[in-house]
Design a protein around this ligand. Structure first.
Ligand code: ATP
Ligand code: MN
Length: 482
């Protein structure tokens, strides 16, 4: 018979009631030498196993402890106790793997409360905890929903290169890729590094964005999206930045800025609704966890709404759409700015917004997700469409409560001459991007797209506060363990 997960057993228990079944899992707890809480990762809920120890070899019973892996054959019965509908009365117990009890003492598998920092140090074991089980099941559901949304809307999934020969993506500092012997790097006569002798015959990097390649695909396939690993060598040690993260980048031919904002809003609402519909148990667990955590905070700092409520509210309302110019007005006139409460005071039109400003707009002023658009051209990338005012570009950022920027995108500059001028102004090498310029030569069309960092989305949906806790093995400055 096909193996059943604990999730299936608990969901369809009527089918197996009073039958003998086989279950597999890890012991979460073993109470009174009688009750095992068994978990196999398929759900946050444990399956209760009742052990009548008189029927079993004492040695087996003595070996069962937290973290033991077991195969159990037993009868499914209605539960006597509260807290579960069914339980298994064990008939046969097989210990699958040894438990090194002494070493277990030093791990996070010890059943007591561990800090998230401690759990991070043992990231290879944290999948066994309730919190990380919930986070990674939700991360999966979000990823699945991303594909599902785009597939339903006739987008094609395109894989853009991880190793890029384009040095000019302009989205951030890059990690170089080389197979030179670092102790003997070949030099040219002028003393420069001779990349002609490197593996690819040129300087290559890890991608910071698949957009430019994505645009070329959209110019033939119409609606495309990428969803892949993305790398940025910025030394920003924040709770919202990773050196390696997963970015989703749709690109759509014939879309303008407004279409792009509509797409971003529909997309975010779809994937959040998907998780509300499919991850109820995990969300409820995280909601309760957050509620407990709130109680330890001073009243002023507590969140106004619970996790699930927060997600429902984001879906219910239309996002506020505000131009950069309006946003600057609001910030300039804010009490916070006048009283010098911002770390970076807003002085004039043209300054880049920091996350404190974004969060002020979202959390204090509008109390709603906000889409800012039409940014000053100087603070945005070269490929964004120049507006008729000659001062702003058709950029858009989606700002979320607790996160700040979750999406950044734009309508692209489709006019070859304007694009070339912008590249020259911003010192982007035209020759390097010859293939990109080709897209503006043969049937150029208006098009638009955006980038969403999956981890920022998972942060928002799970209510976790550090981005290192929503990716299995985080890569950050000075940290690439595992
Ligand atoms: P920020 O201003 O927050 O550093 P950005 O403007 O540099 O972000 P974009 O180049 O616009 O980011 O990238 C698009 C999206 O990718 C962002 O909106 C964000 O969701 C995500 N993102 C960007 N950089 C990172 C990072 N270092 N770690 C995780 N996600 C990121
Ligand atoms: Mn951005």
């Amino acid at each position: 018979m096909k193996k059943q997960t604990i999730k299936e057993i608990l969901q369809d228990y009527k089918k197996v009631l009073h039958h003998d079944i086989t279950v597999y899992g890890w012991v979460r707890s073993f109470r009174a030498n009688r009750f095992i809480a068994l978990n196999d990762g398929s759900t946050i809920n444990n399956l209760q196993i009742v052990v009548d120890f008189e029927n079993f070899d004492k040695e087996i019973i003595s070996k069962i402890s937290t973290a033991s892996s077991l195969k159990i054959v037993g009868e499914v019965v209605e539960s006597q106790g509260a807290g579960q509908t069914v339980e298994i009365v064990a008939k046969k117990i097989i210990i699958l793997g040894d438990n090194f009890t002494e070493e277990l003492q030093n791990t996070i598998l010890q059943p007591k409360k561990h800090s998230l920092e401690k759990l991070r140090e043992q990231a290879h074991l944290r999948f066994r905890t309730n919190v990380f089980g919930a986070v990674f099941r939700i991360r999966h559901a979000l990823s699945f929903a991303v594909h599902s949304f785009f597939n339903q809307n006739q987008f094609f999934y395109i894989n853009t290169p991880v190793i890029t020969g384009a040095d000019a993506e302009g989205a951030g500092e890059m990690f170089g890729v080389t197979n030179f012997d670092l102790n003997a790097i070949p030099r040219t006569e002028e003393g420069e590094i001779d990349f002609a002798q490197d593996f690819f015959g040129k300087k290559t990097n890890l991608t910071v964005s698949g957009q430019l390649e994505g645009e070329t695909a959209a110019m033939g396939l119409g609606r495309i999206y990428t969803f892949g690993p993305t790398f940025r060598a910025e030394n920003s040690n924040t709770t919202r930045h990773l050196a390696e993260f997963w970015m989703i980048e749709p690109e759509v031919a014939f879309n303008n800025l407004e279409d792009n904002i509509d797409l971003a809003e529909d997309f975010l609402k779809y994937v959040i609704q998907y998780v509300l519909d499919h991850c109820k148990d995990d969300l409820e667990f995280l909601d309760k966890r957050l509620e407990e955590e709130q109680k330890t905070k001073p009243e002023k700092e507590r969140a106004k709404e619970g996790l699930i409520e927060k997600l429902q509210n984001v879906i219910a309302k239309r996002f506020k759409r505000v131009s950069y110019t309006e946003a600057i007005e609001i910030l300039l006139n804010s009490k916070e700015n006048k009283k010098g409460k911002f770390q970076y005071p807003i002085e004039e039109w043209g300054t880049d917004l920091q996350s404190e400003h974004e969060r002020y707009l979202v959390e204090k002023h509008f109390e709603s997700p906000v889409v800012l658009f039409d940014y000053p051209k100087e603070i945005k990338a070269f490929y964004m469409k120049l507006n008729d005012d000659n001062k702003t570009v058709a950029a858009m950022d989606v700002l979320f409560p607790g996160i700040g920027e979750i999406i950044g995108g734009s309508e692209r500059e489709a006019r070859l001459d304007v694009l070339k001028q912008k590249m020259a102004d911003m010192h982007v090498d035209e020759h390097e991007l010859w293939w990109y310029l080709d897209t503006r030569k043969f049937g150029s069309v208006p098009h638009a797209g955006f980038g969403l960092g999956l981890e920022r989305l998972v942060l928002f949906v799970t209510g976790m506060t550090n981005i290192r806790d929503v990716i299995p093995f985080p890569r950050t400055p000075k940290n690439a363990e595992f």
